[in-house]
Ligand binder design. Structure first.
Ligand code: FES
Ligand code: FES
Length: 162
């Protein structure tokens, strides 16, 4: 049996077909093959969320997913230029509201925010708190993160002409 597998997927809007060792973890594929070091590794056990990316619009811990599992999927991470207005709004809002300190959790928080705002561009604070509870901020800057997510929703709504 071959210890390699080919995975065909879309990464930040670009079609990819790659042959990788069968035991390749998605986060390692993104970081080591594609240089997408915005995918931050910390616990590597699916607990902290710093490695969060979106797979078919669902937030996932990329450290806890195998590369072959994204066959046919749409994978999005924070690295590179994105035309996604939700991610753009999140980035603007986190800058405006100081939603980061050391920044280690920020990539994951931004991806979470984009995914939330796609579902609900006007979330209430309780919804935001519940949504971001999957991710750990070691600097405990949760109030600023909450403000940033709410501000990101405003930016999205302004862009939609509300
Ligand atoms: S590094 Fe992936 S969840 Fe912590
Ligand atoms: S800003 Fe430091 S871990 Fe969140």
């Amino acid at each position: 049996m071959s210890d390699k597998t080919t995975v065909t997927y879309r990464l930040n809007g670009t079609e990819r077909s790659e042959t990788v060792p069968a035991n390749t973890v998605l986060a390692d594929l993104l970081r080591e093959r594609h240089g997408m070091t915005g995918v931050k590794l910390s616990c590597e056990r699916g607990v902290c969320g710093s490695c969060t990316g979106l797979v078919d619009d669902r937030p996932v811990a990329t450290c806890s997913m195998m590369a072959f599992q994204v066959e046919g999927a749409n994978v999005e991470v924070v690295d590179g230029e994105s035309a996604d207005t939700h991610l753009g709004a999140a980035q603007q809002a986190f800058r405006e509201r100081g939603g980061f300190q050391c920044g280690y959790c920020t990539s994951g928080m931004l991806m979470l925010t984009a995914a939330l705002l796609r579902r609900d561009p006007d979330p209430d604070p309780a919804t935001v708190r519940a949504w971001i509870s999957s991710n750990v901020c070691r600097c405990t800057g949760y109030e600023m993160i909450l403000e940033s997510v709410l501000r990101a929703g405003e930016i999205v709504r302004e862009g939609e002409g509300e």
